[in-house]
Design a protein around this ligand. Structure first.
Ligand code: HEC
Length: 145
């Protein structure tokens, strides 16, 4: 190998080393803070789709209010409340009509009253909401024979 080639070879070696030492060059760039837009506040209107009541929730309403007169199995208690499991009235009325009935109850002088005992409005618990009543109607439906 003569002089000029040796020189070029040496130059290439030096260059190669220099490049390797720089790790291929290019300073590492710090990742840019991504300025992500804050998610827009979600407009969620939690409106229940189906108006039909929830029998499981309705059992809780029944057990806290209606059970006192209609009994633990809704078979009625003599002198207090009627059997709801075999009630013709329950069978004939729509859910909405039953809700309306429970809201007002039935006085002893009501022509439909067969026991002479009053069913108080909302079973005597004015705190019950329309939803509670829809639920309790769903529960009564679920145990009606
Ligand atoms: C204080 C006692 C009492 C409570 C509490 C009560 N009821 Fe009654 N309920 C009665 C009586 C008494 C009758 C029957 C009146 C009659 O002779 O027609 C009745 C009748 C009914 C009837 C009509 C049955 C039929 O065949 O005519 C339904 C339905 C009914 N109750 C549902 C409910 C529900 C649901 C609740 C709970 C939210 C409830 N009741 C709480 C006393 C009560």
């Amino acid at each position: 190998m003569n002089q000029p080639y040796k020189f070029v070879f040496a130059l290439l070696v030096v260059l190669g080393l220099a490049l390797t030492a720089c790790g291929g060059g290019g300073a590492e760039r710090l990742p840019q803070e991504s300025k992500s837009e804050p998610a827009p506040a979600q407009e969620q209107k939690a409106e229940p789709a189906a108006p039909a009541g929830d029998a499981v929730a309705g059992k809780k309403v029944y057990d806290s209010v209606c059970i006192a007169c209609h009994g633990p199995d809704a078979k009625g208690i003599e002198g207090l409340g009627k059997d709801l499991t075999t009630s013709e009235f329950v069978a004939q009325k729509s859910d909405q009509e039953l809700v309306e009935f429970i809201k007002v109850g039935r006085t002893p002088d009501d022509p439909l009253n067969t026991t002479g005992v009053a069913m108080p409005p909302k079973g005597g618990n004015p705190a019950l909401t329309d939803e509670d009543l829809m639920n309790v109607v769903a529960f009564i439906r679920s145990i009606h024979q």
